[in-house]
Each structure stands twice: as C-alpha cells, then as structure tokens.
Design a protein around this ligand. Structure first.
Ligand code: SF4
Length: 331
C-alpha cells in the first residue's frame, strides 16, 4: 500500500506533485476519506453499512492509486445490497435497463469515416462515453486507425462495458451488460479498446475468452511529418495504476518522436475515473486542481474519460494549453 510521499519505483518521485496527496479523494475531501483498512473492515461479514456512510463510500474516483478501487466497488455493492441509496442511483439504474448505458439513450453520435469494413476479425470497441458524448474525439480515433491501414470493424450499437454500474455498486446491471458484451466479443479474434476502463474490465473481470483484448495505444506511431509545439499529457490511471505503467512512458516517447516537446507534468488523477455521478463535488475539486497542472501549447490524452474532463474543466478553468486528442496530434 502506498502512502503519501512513497513511490512505485526509481524515478517516480519526480513524477509526483509536491505538496499534494497522491490519493486525489483524500486530497480534496480528507474528512470523508476511508483508508484501505477501513474498507477492509467495512467489507467484513459482521459490519453493517448505513445510509450515513454514503459520502464516505463514494468519496472515490477509481484512480486505484491506493490499490483498493475494486474493494471500493465491492463496498458500494454492499451499500446498495444493504438497502441504501445515493442521489442519481434510480436514474442510472433505469438508464442501464432501458439503454444499456448510464445515459438517457444509446444512440451513437459519431459519423464514421467511409471505408470501415462491415466485417473483420478485429472489433474496435469505442465505448458509450466516446460514441455518445465525444463524437469528434471518436471520429479522430477512427480516422487515425483508417489512415494507419488497420483492418477493423465497429458495431452499430454498443452496450456500455458496465464500469459506471460496477463503480456505483449496481452489480445486477453490471453483470447483465457484461454477459451481453462477452457474447458479442466471442465472435472476434481481437477487440481493440478506445477506453481504458473498458479495457480494464474486459481483461480483468469479464469471462475468459479466446479473444485477444488490446488497447488502442498499441496502434499509435509517430507521424511521417515532424510536428512542433509543447504538450502536457494526462496519462491514464486505468492503465498506469492497473498493471500497465509502461504506456505512460511510451506515450511520452511517441510524442517526442513526433517532434513535440513533452512538458514535465507529474501524474495525478484528473477526476474522471468512473463518470460524473453522485459525489460530483469531489470530481469538481480534483478536476479543477488538475487543470492548473497543464502547461505548454497543447494538453492531450487518448482516454475518453480524461478528454471529457479536460474539455469541460479546461473551459471552466480557462486552461491555457489548447486541448487536442492524441489522434489529432499524431495524424
Ligand atoms: S481509488 Fe483513487 S480516488 Fe479512490 S480512494 Fe483510492 S486513491 Fe482515492
């Protein structure tokens, strides 16, 4: 378990924000922070969960910096199964039941570039945040893969991977969309994920399939023509803190090889780990704190969750760097 000031390994101390707790939810709401030991205790069979525990249980944006985000999802499940609730729970559950997403519909808003094959062994799974809330970001990713000559297909309609339901403790809906997606994924040799939260669930909690799951970062390469300008990168807690820290360095190296000057921005969560739900005050504070860290000409990410935060709070906080998704920077 990492405590404030401790690091994951050589060199990482330089990647931390001085004077700021590494755990974002502890930094912005220390009074309602559950330490890992508290989580273990509350999950114990004899421990009762009360409605009054809500603000503490949901004081978490699932960055997994503390290494216990899965336990915190199980604690949210215990909270729900104890008959407790949180503001927005009914709406989220109803949206999942009606639309297979946390949103009021499941209509994709993207205009896919022409030429995507109807059939392929490789499925590009974009995710509901990407296709419904971030159509331009997603169109850039699709255009990028097409320009790189990657053979892939997409679905006409996607069900959410289930992460928002999982994080909210709504495991009935999570298990339902999981089974639905797994039945589809079994038809493909490879599923490439645009969203790292989808990738995490598919590789850690979905049924084992012969299908290979990959993250879109594997398909990125420096552009033929050199670029210039300086860029701050929001790396992905969903990968960095869940077994794939190498992707952060690879992304920096890729941008440098493309010609960009990569700003030295220590890693910290952006607040977008589980979607915009219930303890939005915590998300607001983390996101607003994070926006001040970005410097240079551009700020970028390849994660739709981070991109949504950077888009909304970058405008609200008048962030100086211009937001460009990584596909746009590399195309
Ligand atoms: S997962 Fe991240 S946001 Fe959640 S409690 Fe742990 S450190 Fe805080």
């Amino acid at each position: 378990m990492k405590e404030h000031g401790e690091t994951d390994g050589p060199g990482l101390e330089n990647r931390r924000v001085k004077g700021r707790h590494n755990y974002p939810s502890k930094h912005v709401d220390p009074e309602n922070f559950l330490e890992n030991d508290d989580v273990t205790r509350l999950l114990g069979a004899g421990e009762k969960i009360l409605q009054d525990d809500a603000r503490k249980i949901f004081n978490c944006v699932h960055c997994n910096e503390c290494g216990t985000s899965h336990d915190r999802a199980l604690l949210a499940r215990k909270f729900i199964e104890s008959g407790c609730t949180f503001e927005g729970r009914d709406e989220m559950e109803q949206n999942f039941k009606s639309n297979d997403t946390p949103y009021q519909d499941n209509k994709m808003r993207i205009r896919p570039p022409p030429g995507i094959p109807e059939r392929s062994d490789r499925l590009f799974f974009m995710g509901c945040l990407s296709t419904i809330k971030l159509p331009r970001f997603t169109e850039h990713a699709l255009g990028y893969l097409m320009a790189r000559g990657v053979d892939f297909t997409i679905l006409g309609t996607e069900a959410c991977c289930g992460y928002p339901a999982y994080a909210a403790g709504l495991f009935g809906e999570y298990e339902r969309v999981k089974a639905k997606n797994a039945a589809i994924f079994g038809r493909y040799k490879e599923v490439v994920c645009l969203c790292p939260a989808c990738y995490f669930l598919f590789t850690s909690d979905y049924p084992k399939l012969p299908t290979r799951f990959t993250y879109v970062s594997e398909y990125l390469a420096p552009p033929a023509r050199k670029r210039d300008g300086s860029v701050s990168v929001q790396h992905m807690c969903q990968l960095q803190n869940r077994g794939h820290p190498e992707v952060s360095d690879q992304t920096n190296q890729l941008l440098a090889a493309a010609g960009y000057e990569v700003e030295d921005v220590p890693h910290w969560c952006c607040g977008g780990g589980k979607g915009y739900m219930y303890r939005t005050d915590v998300i607001d504070k983390i996101a607003e704190t994070r926006m001040a860290d970005f410097t240079g000409d551009y700020m970028t990410t390849m994660c739709p969750g981070c991109f949504w935060i950077m888009k909304v709070y970058g405008m609200k906080c008048k962030a100086q760097p211009r937001l460009k998704d990584i596909f746009e920077l590399l195309l």
